[in-house]
Design a protein around this ligand. Structure first.
Ligand code: GLU
Length: 553
């Protein structure tokens, strides 16, 4: 009876019970194997690539099983909240091809039958659950001050015993309801703790869908369930929310694995069915040979905004993350080069149990493949969206020369070995600048790349003759090369490597030196698509202008 009184004293306005909410949010009517999962960020305003990684795993599993993927906002630590963070999360995930079936849609709005999906708007629910627990003697008020707790911890550390609030150290665990009532009536401050039935000498077992079978000592800490500000802790909110939202799979970062014994205990004591758990390995990076966590402070690539700024297509990032999720994605991609990535079925069984290594070199390879397979039109469209925001000069040039730009983006797209020039949009300028006079004309002689065998003067004397002799009326790469060879031979260059090696003194060099000089004249760079293509895109007039400019360098 006095427990009832205590519960009423703490929550005078709570008239709902656990059962009420369990009925209000019934089992979902979904097909048998449908997976109900969530993305549950704190609204800190920082989008970490690890968040996209976690969201992608959840979203794929929901989508593959015709289940539900919902957005829950975990804002019980209100100090960390940043305005606009919810919209930003929704938009970020949308840009990465993920849309929520349910959950918050703005600060105060949500869609779905299991809401609100924002923890700070659910305190009535947590209170009802906490009230029930107090009534049943499974939770109790704790009047310890932060100083007392700090002192306890110090004492325990000095005595080399497990620190925390448990068993004999749980000062208020055995207070009678009457004593607690009196303290509350005297205005003493308190928080609510769970009365743990655990004994660390026993073990609790579970099967993690990524980590496999796991086993821990039972939790015996009387963890806080409702904090001084009236909001629940992560542990309590997780058990309540995932139960009421009918989550089937809790798929979250492995930093939560060590709290699993607490969570299992909460589910069990509350009489809730345990959901399936899967703990995702943390994204690691190789830092000079040693693996460490991708850090928000140290690594630009930890921020989702980085990928946008440097211009990775979102499809590249997704494909790369799918590679980390399941290493067999790569094989699937090779077998299905043009398939939509949504057709690849991810599986938690195939996921690496240890740290997921994030490797920018690999990301670049994946991204080059992705861009290489895009139609020139798509490359153009995506590039200008990026350039508009991050490189106004290129945006203006490319949009003013749309036809030419699309021709450039179309170079060597087909054929057995398509060009893989770009991994990200900020690499485009350096690779195509020479098509645009406005950029090309800014170059100085020092920037011109020549074959090692040629000086600028040698190259100029080649171009002087070549410009006079070249035939623009050719209609294939082969014919163009035959023409170049003809001029090179006239100039005294050799077309045959063996012969040149046997008699180096009889020649000025190889035909490739002449091609190198032409390349230097038209593009200033040694690594370019084939010259016939460049000639075709630039056209005769512009190409001839390039020869003249080169002679004046
Ligand atoms: N809000 C938690 C976090 O930001 C979510 C963990 C979970 O998915 O349960 O890490």
């Amino acid at each position: 009876m006095s427990l009832e009184k205590l519960a009423d004293l703490i929550f005078p306005n709570v008239d709902k019970t656990m059962d009420y909410y369990m009925e209000k949010y019934p089992q979902r009517n979904l097909k048998e194997d449908a997976v109900v999962v969530r993305y549950a960020p704190s609204p800190t305003g920082f989008q970490h690539i690890g968040g996209v990684f976690a969201a992608l795993i959840n979203e794929r599993l929901a989508s593959q099983s015709e289940g539900v993927f919902y957005l829950r906002i975990e804002d019980t630590d209100q100090k960390r909240e940043v305005p606009g963070a919810i919209e930003d999360t929704i938009e970020t995930m949308h840009n990465f091809g993920m849309d929520f079936n349910e959950g918050m849609t703005g600060n105060d709005t949500f869609k779905g039958e299991y809401g609100p999906y924002r923890q700070s708007q659910r305190f009535e629910i947590y209170n009802a659950f906490a009230k029930d627990l107090i009534r049943k003697g499974l939770a109790y008020p704790c009047f310890c001050t932060p100083e007392e707790l700090a002192e306890l911890r110090e004492r325990q550390t000095a005595e080399k015993i497990t620190p925390g609030y448990y068993g004999e150290y749980a000062k208020y665990r055995n207070l009678t309801a009457e004593e607690a009532i009196e303290k509350i009536q005297n205005g003493e401050k308190y928080i609510l703790r769970f009365r743990s039935p655990g004994n660390p000498e026993n073990r609790v077992e579970a099967h993690d869908l990524i980590k496999g079978d796991v086993s821990f000592p039972e939790n015996n800490q009387d963890i806080v369930i409702i904090k001084g500000d009236g909001l629940p802790t992560y542990h309590f909110a997780h058990a309540v929310d995932d139960t009421l939202m009918r989550t089937t799979h809790v798929i979250r970062g492995e930093e939560w694995l060590s709290s699993l014994p607490i969570h299992l205990q909460l589910f069990d004591v509350l009489g809730f069915k345990r959901p399936n758990f899967a703990h995702i390995p943390t994204i690691m990076k190789n830092d000079n040979g040693s693996k460490r966590k991708l850090s928000k402070r140290k690594d630009a690539e930890a921020a989702v905004s980085y990928y946008k700024e440097v211009g990775y297509p979102t499809a590249s990032v997704i494909e790369y993350l799918l590679n980390i999720i399941n290493s067999n994605f790569e094989e699937w991609r090779a077998e299905n080069p043009t398939a939509d990535y949504h057709d690849f079925k991810i599986s938690l069984d195939n996921m690496s149990k240890s740290g997921a290594l994030f490797d920018m070199v690999k990301l670049n390879d994946v991204s080059k493949e992705v861009i290489c397979k895009m139609k020139a039109e798509d490359v153009y469209n995506q590039y200008i969206v990026w350039a508009k925001e991050f490189d106004k000069e290129m945006f203006d040039l490319v949009t003013a020369n749309e036809v030419m730009a699309k021709e450039i983006f179309n170079i060597d797209k087909e054929g057995p070995k398509p060009r893989k020039d770009f991994a990200k949009w900020d690499e485009v300028k350096a690779k195509i600048f020479y098509f645009f006079d406005e950029l090309f004309d800014k170059e100085t002689a020092e920037q011109v790349e020549l074959p090692k065998t040629l000086s600028l003067e040698n190259a100029k004397s080649i171009i002087e003759v070549y410009a006079k002799e070249v035939n623009f009326n050719v209609d294939s790469q082969e014919a163009w090369f035959e023409d170049l060879k003809r001029i090179a031979l006239d100039l005294g260059y050799c077309a045959n490597k063996k012969e040149y090696k046997a008699n180096p003194d009889s020649y000025k060099g190889m035909v490739s030196d002449v091609a190198g000089a032409v390349r230097a004249a038209v593009a200033h760079r040694s690594n370019t698509p084939d010259l016939y293509t460049i000639f075709t895109i630039l056209g005769e007039e512009k190409t001839r202008e390039r020869f003249e400019k080169f002679l004046k360098l």
